[in-house]
Each structure stands twice: as structure tokens, then as C-alpha cells.
Design a protein around this ligand. Structure first.
Ligand code: ADP
Length: 604
């Protein structure tokens, strides 16, 4: 027999058809009452029983009680210290201790691989210490998944000035050496440390590179800094005699490394390593003039051919330009992009399609995963209440916590939609703006968390924020905050990803893990991970709301379907929330495909 305690604000209720064996009511405060229910179950681990009881209680809770008495939720967690917009410290910066939510998630017993590889990722981003977008998440998640399978993994990262050193465990200087840049040898320090249990080597040149408050956009020449970094990583491997099986490069920033490896370092002392390139976003192709490439010690003129690194669109122009991404496609042993649909899209359109078609045999589409250690609503310390798929009560607390913290109305069962995104054209800016007004008219709530690298876009959204942020339904927050993003995913009923194109997209997967139903445009990785609730052809896959057009009315229809479903079918909605939280979008599921790629090219 198990006792379930739940706080509601009225003792007058009925649970029909439930397995309740006994029920008694204990008034604890003026308006609040604790109802202890007992239900008979053969074992306390009988989740299906507990589950259905929970659901019934929640339905009553939402329909009959919470609708006009939201403070009843306070009883679901101990001592919630509700925030308010006038708090001196913004509520998402508070330190929460994790709550005692017994997590029934069975720890995945990851089998160790027998054929082990040593991989070094060379990357411009790593979550959470140097993250701007999905690249940082992917590097950390993939590295952890491979480590768990027994492989040796290191990450090489610029030692950005903005990295908070207290997030690195055991930081220590491991070597000082010189690396080439533009006719000089720059003194460079290499440090090692652990970030979220993953070994990282930080490269710090003794010049102005990587100084500034942010990962990108410092007052140094970014192209030159990453050319330097690409070579400095190889130089470090050479001076320390480190020869991993795989050097895994990401995006244009490290695109010069495969050229440097095959045309320079393999004539020096590095020979064993093979190179994998992951393209996270084809839009950023690393434009580079020949004389700029010279700065890392290569002869730029040798790469200005169609079968090497020339940007095909600039042929015959003055000057013709190179693309570091194209060079990396040609020079890497394997090229991966981040979803099967984006692979198809990139073979059919865009100027890099011909280079990819030429290299089709080594080009793979592997869906990203998410790091379920970092993104875990049952344990993450950024939430006022933790929860999991079998007990989502904490999610209700997170929602009300956020609503109170932002001064949003928290009475009644109001749908809350969030959009967490870099504010760039790719993300469907006109659709995000349209969603704000559409949801406001509907009477829902929406929170946008984003940062625009382009000053004009930032100003447009600032104007929108000024217009909306004083009311009680919309908040537009123009900043980057990892902590707040966790809180938003947890508090939301729906997460909006209306991208014009999206190589993979993590927001929809993180949203699902946190029980927020995705509303997405059908493109790239969004098409590979979100399946429409009304698609009768595969109802078992249904996990969100999908639209195809890039116009506002296509989005409106999807929003309306989602909002109506939320309003009219609260019990089914709870079922979807629980269903999507259990979908396995983790790296544990997809890392093996990367391992296969590594194994297929490594030298034995
Ligand atoms: P992209 O890589 O194009 O930015 P993804 O969906 O692959 O898009 O990954 C975005 C990642 O960045 C997600 O983890 C998302 O939560 C995070 N993110 C985006 N903007 C912000 C922000 N302003 N504050 C916090 N996290 C953000």
C-alpha cells in the first residue's frame, strides 16, 4: 500500500473510477488542504498504477482546482521561495539545490566498445563553458557518449578570455610552445582540465587572439585567430608526440586543419591520425582570401582550384576567394552533417552541393543527440523543482515560478510557449514575431530568449520588447543565459522552432526532454525528429505540431492546433508530455554511428 500526498485548495472533489482505497483530508493552512490518498498496489514500483492515479489527480487538480486557485501547487514541493520581478537577483540566477524526486529513469547500462579509438575534437565551442549555439552542445554530448563507451576523447578549445575558470576542474599548464602566425612564432600555452568530466586542452596564444567578453566578436581578426588555432593544435600534437586515431574538426573555424595536416604536418611527424569534419551549418563557409591563408603558413595560391578550396561563386572575380569549409570537405577523410534530411537538402541546393556530390562516398548524415546528463529535468540544479516523465508535478511548479518571476499572470491554465534561439534570419524571425502577436491575441503567454549578432535585428527585437514586456503575457529577453534556458524549457507547455532551415536543431529535442511539446517547421533535422499529432499515417510517432510553409498563416494554423489541443484536451496533453519526455534523443542512441565512421577510416 502506498500513500500519496497532494495539496489542493478545496476538499470537495471526487475521483471517479480510480484505484483509491481510502482518502482523507487534512486542512493545513487557511486555503490549502492536504489530501492523503492510499491506493492498493502490489508493489510500490508499480508505476502504471501510480501513474494512472497521478494522472487522475492531476486532471482534477488542473480542471477543478488549479484553474482558480493556482497557489495549490505550492504544496507539491517543499518551501518554494516564489520570486517576483522586483527581486534584486534575477530568479534564474538563484542557486537551487536539487530536490528529492526519485528518478525512475533506469540508468543506461552503456556497453563498452571493444575496438577503442582516441579522438581529439578541435572546436571553437564547447558547452557549457564556451557555447553560443548547438555546436557547443554537440561537441560535449558526443564526447561524453564516446567516453562512456570506453573511447579516449579530448577536446581542444581556444582559451577564450570569457571562459569562467571556476567551471574547469584541475586546470593546469601542461606545455608552453611556439606556434606559427604570419611570419612569427607566437608563444602559446596549453592547459588541461576537466569540464563536466570531459578532458579539455585549452590553447592560449600570448597575443590578442580570443580576448573579449564573448566567444565570438572580439576586437581581433576572427579568421586569423582560427587559422592560428587550427595550426596551434597540430603543432601541440607534434611537440608533445600526440597522435590520436581521429582528429575531429567542426565548422569553418577549424576547416584549415585538414589542409595543414595533409600538406604540412604529415610531412613533419604526424601520420597516424585521420580527419573527420562535422558540418553543423553550411551557411558559414569560412570565406578566406589566398593571402589570408598564407598567414598560417600554407601557400594560399595552391588551393584556388575548383577541386580544392575555391568558392565556386567567385571564379573570375577579383579577388577570387577560398572557402575553408570547402577545403575541409575535400581534405577530410570523412564528412558528417547533422541530420539525414539536411544531408539530402545540402546535396540538392547551395553552392557547396557540387563539392559534396563529388565527395558523396565519404559524406554521412548522422542525427545529433542531446546530452542527457546536462539536460536532465530530474537532476539539473537550475530548476526550483525537479521532475521526470513519471511525475511531472515539478514542471507545474517551474511554470508558476517563471510566471511569478517575470510578473506574468499565473491564474488559470494558460498555455506558455517559449522560443530559445539565436536571432538570425535562419531561425524564421518574421515567424517568431508573428507568433508573439498571435499568441497574445489568443490569450496565451510567450517568452523569447535570444541574442542577435546583427545590431539591426537586435534593435528590432528591443523595440518589440519595449512594446510587450510591460504587459502580463509576453516577455522578450535579449541575452544569453544557460540557466534561464533550462528554466524556460521546464516551464513551457510548448517550444517553438519555426526555422527557415535547420541542419538539426536541438531546441525541439531539449524541449521534449523537458516535457514541452514542439511546434516546428518541417525542415532539416526538425523533420527527422518531430512528427505531427494529426498525421494519421504514423500515430505512434506523433510528438508535436508541424507546419511546412514559410508564411505566417502556416504557422498560425499549427499554433492554433496546438493551443486548441492544450485547452480542450488536458488529459491527452498530459499524456503527450509524458510520452515526449521518454523519447530517446540522447547521444547514447546515435554515437555508435560516429564510432562506425571513426572505425572505418582509422589506421590500424
Ligand atoms: P543553433 O546551433 O543554430 O544555434 P540549435 O537548436 O542546434 O541551434 O542549438 C541551439 C542551442 O543554443 C540550444 O541548446 C539552445 O537552448 C541554445 N540557445 C540559443 N540561444 C540561447 C540563448 N539566448 N540563451 C541560452 N541558450 C540559448
Amino acid at each position: 500500500m502506498e500513500v500519496v500526498s497532494i495539496a489542493v485548495s478545496s476538499p470537495v472533489f471526487r475521483i471517479s473510477g480510480s484505484k483509491l482505497h481510502d482518502c482523507f483530508v487534512v486542512p493545513v493552512r487557511k486555503k490549502r488542504t492536504i489530501i492523503h490518498t492510499k491506493f492498493v498496489s502490489s508493489s510500490t514500483n508499480d508505476f502504471s498504477n501510480r501513474y494512472s492515479l497521478n494522472r487522475k489527480i492531476r486532471a482534477i487538480h488542473l480542471d477543478e482546482v488549479a484553474a482558480d486557485q493556482p497557489e495549490c501547487l505550492t504544496g507539491l514541493v517543499k518551501d518554494v521561495d516564489w520570486p517576483s520581478p522586483s527581486d534584486e537577483i534575477p530568479f534564474w540566477k538563484r542557486k537551487f539545490h536539487t530536490h528529492d524526486v526519485p528518478n525512475p529513469e533506469i540508468p543506461v547500462n552503456i556497453e563498452k566498445d571493444s575496438d577503442l579509438v582516441h579522438v581529439i575534437h578541435v572546436t571553437a565551442e564547447m558547452a557549457p563553458i564556451a557555447k553560443v549555439g548547438g555546436l557547443g552542445d554537440v561537441v560535449t554530448g558526443l564526447a561524453r557518449a564516446c567516453l562512456l563507451r570506453g573511447h579516449k576523447v579530448d577536446i581542444m578549445l581556444p582559451f577564450y578570455e570569457c571562459i569562467q575558470k571556476d567551471n574547469i576542474q584541475g586546470l593546469s599548464l601542461i606545455s608552453t610552445y611556439n606556434s606559427y602566425h604570419d611570419g612569427n612564432w607566437i608563444q602559446t600555452n596549453a592547459y588541461s582540465g576537466l569540464v563536466s568530466d570531459i578532458p579539455v586542452i585549452f590553447i592560449e596564444p600570448m597575443n590578442q587572439f580570443f580576448k573579449g567578453e564573448d566567444v565570438y566578436g572580439g576586437s581581433y581578426n576572427e579568421l586569423e585567430a582560427y587559422l592560428f588555432f587550427s595550426r596551434a593544435c597540430l603543432e601541440w600534437m607534434q611537440v608533445t608526440g600526440t597522435e590520436p586515431d581521429i582528429i575531429h574538426v567542426h565548422e569553418w573555424q577549424t576547416g584549415a586543419l585538414p589542409l595543414l595536416y595533409w600538406d604540412m604536418y604529415c610531412y613533419l611527424s604526424l601520420q597516424k591520425s585521420r580527419i573527420v569534419l562535422t558540418i553543423h551549418n553550411m551557411e558559414h563557409y569560412g570565406e578566406c582570401r589566398q593571402e589570408q591563408l598564407n598567414k598560417c603558413g600554407l601557400d594560399g595560391s595552391l588551393y584556388a582550384t575548383i577541386d580544392k578550396a575555391i568558392d565556386d561563386r567567385t571564379i573570375g572575380h577579383n579577388p577570387e576567394r577560398l572557402s575553408l569549409l570547402k577545403g575541409a570537405i575535400v581534405y577530410s577523410n570523412s564528412v558528417v552533417t547533422v541530420s539525414p534530411t539536411y544531408l539530402k537538402e545540402t546535396l540538392c541546393s547551395g553552392w557547396l552541393a557540387s563539392a559534396l556530390l563529388t565527395n558523396r562516398d565519404k559524406y554521412h548524415g548522422i542525427l545529433n543527440g542531446i546530452d542527457t546528463v546536462m539536460w536532465n529535468p530530474a537532476s539539473v540544479a537550475f530548476l526550483p523543482a525537479n521532475y521526470h516523465a513519471h511525475n511531472t508535478d515539478g514542471k507545474e511548479v517551474c511554470k508558476q515560478y517563471l510566471q511569478r518571476g517575470f510578473g506574468l499572470a499565473f491564474e488559470g491554465r494558460v498555455p506558455l510557449v517559449v522560443c530559445i534561439s539565436r536571432l538570425v534570419a535562419q531561425k524564421g524571425l518574421h515567424l517568431i514575431k508573428h507568433a508573439i502577436s498571435h499568441i497574445e491575441k489568443y490569450g496565451g503567454q510567450m517568452i523569447v530568449l535570444g541574442k542577435a549578432p546583427d545590431g539591426r535585428i537586435q534593435s528590432e527585437f528591443e523595440a518589440l520588447a519595449n512594446l510587450h514586456n510591460k504587459g502580463s503575457t509576453i516577455r522578450i529577453l535579449l541575452m544569453y543565459s544557460e540557466e534561464l534556458s533550462h528554466m524556460l524549457y521546464a516551464a513551457a507547455d510548448m517550444v517553438l522552432v519555426p526555422s527557415i532551415y535547420e541542419p538539426c536543431g536541438l531546441a525541439q529535442m531539449i524541449g521534449m526532454r523537458y516535457g514541452s511539446v514542439p511546434i516546428v517547421r518541417k525542415t532539416g533535422g526538425l523533420a527527422d525528429t518531430v512528427f505531427d499529432m494529426d498525421d494519421q499515417s504514423q500515430p505512434e510517432m506523433a510528438n508535436g505540431f508541424v507546419f511546412e510553409g514559410v508564411d505566417e498563416s502556416s504557422l498560425s494554423q499549427a499554433l492554433d492546433r496546438a493551443l486548441t489541443y492544450y485547452k480542450e484536451k488536458p488529459i491527452e496533453w498530459t499524456d503527450i508530455v509524458q510520452k515526449i519526455m521518454q523519447i530517446d534523443n540522447s547521444w547514447n542512441r546515435t554515437a555508435s554511428k560516429y564510432i562506425d565512421v571513426y572505425s572505418s577510416i582509422r589506421v590500424r
